[in-house]
Design a protein around this ligand. Structure first.
Ligand code: DAH
Length: 346
């Protein structure tokens, strides 16, 4: 056995003894430098290998390698033990309190238009109406013709229309074309539906009107449906939507798809009926158009007007929301001002 082998074994024993006394990661790093590093004791000890007889070199090399492997393994084991202890100490020093409340997330609000739509749908579904979905892109036939407004009919002027580049295709100006969809789907069954959704009109944006807004259409078709049914339903709705005891006013009006036709007003909550910018100083706010479904329209939907009658209404959702929330300008709804949405969102 060469002296060098003895030296290596002694080195190993020394290193292991020192290692077991270490207690911090920093100490183990210093230990690595001293024994296993490039300028450490093991490398140093092997510097004499060149002067050794050739036949002894393999044995020395083998032992040196064994020492290195053993010391490396011992170091790793020691470091793991120390890391555990250090973690333990840090945890008990910091004292994490898992019962502390988390940081609150900023939850958004429901847009006031959607909140009003939900309220309106809820009131009508509770009265036995179904919610029916109809397209926003419509044909001229659905939006006008089948609602008793043939090409060139002057009543078309009531709606400034966005046309698409496809002839005969437009953005619906009101939810009324949904009446035809519903009738054609349900005929000959009786109908009681509300049709909520977006409408589009190419007109000046003012405090009272937007180019895009929401309406809820209502349609009831059956034998013996009368104007009293319409009136009772609208009054029941208004009391739930705007509060008991609101004043309602039915004014005679004209729509090609209803006969007779009315417009329904609620007393202005903003000014208490005294008159303001929003109610155009009349004390009343119009919330819907309505009437008895014109026999031509019933027939276009597939119903025999001699057997069936019906009523319909179309109400502005933002108008209703403005009334309910006391908002005096419809433009707030779509200008994306977070302060507004925060204040009136649901
Ligand atoms: N479609 C009409 C509009 O947008 C509102 C309307 C009036 C709807 C009378 C109806 C109705 O269903 O019967 O101005």
């Amino acid at each position: 056995m060469s002296a060098l082998v003895d030296k290596l074994k002694a080195l190993q024993a020394e290193a292991e003894a020192k290692l077991s006394g270490l207690s911090t990661t920093a100490e183990t790093e210093a230990w690595f430098r001293d024994f296993l590093g490039r300028k450490g004791a093991l490398t140093n000890a092997l510097q004499g290998i060149g002067q050794m007889p050739t036949e002894e070199r393999p044995l020395v090399g083998k032992v040196a390698n064994e020492v290195k492997v053993a010391l490396t393994a011992a170091l790793e084991a020691r470091q793991a033990t120390i890391a555990d202890a250090e973690m333990e100490a840090a945890l008990s020093a910091e004292g994490i309190d898992v019962t502390l409340p988390g940081r609150p997330q900023n939850v958004g609000k429901i847009h006031p238009s959607n909140a009003a739509l939900r309220d309106i749908n809820a009131i009508f579904t509770q009265m036995g109406f179904q919610v029916y979905d109809a397209p926003e892109v419509e044909t001229d036939e659905m939006n006008f013709e089948l609602l008793n407004m043939p090409d060139g009919h002057p009543a078309r002027d009531m709606w400034d229309t966005f046309y698409t580049t496809t002839p005969g295709v437009l953005l619906r100006t009101h939810t009324s074309p949904g009446q035809i969809h519903a009738m054609r789907e349900y005929c000959p069954e009786p109908i009681r539906v509300v049709l909520p959704g977006k409408c589009f009109r190419y007109e000046d944006v003012t405090a009272r009107s937007e180019m895009m807004f929401h309406q809820v259409e209502g349609l009831v078709v059956g034998p013996n449906i009368t104007f009293s049914d319409l009136k009772g339903t609208v009054v029941a709705f208004a009391n739930q939507m705007f509060g008991e005891g609101r004043k309602l006013r039915f004014r005679k009006s004209y729509f090609p798809f209803t006969e007779p036709s009315v417009e329904v007003d609620v007393d202005c909550v903003l000014c208490g009926g005294k008159g303001c910018r929003v109610c155009k100083y009349t004390g009343w706010l119009e919330i819907m158009g309505a009437g008895m479904v014109n026999p031509m329209v019933l027939a276009n939907g597939g119903y025999d007007p001699a057997v069936f009658s019906g009523y319909a209404f179309g109400m502005g959702v933002e108008r209703s929301a403005m009334l309910k929330l006391g908002v005096d300008d419809i433009r707030y709804f779509f200008s994306n001002d977070v302060r507004f949405l925060e204040r009136v969102g649901a």
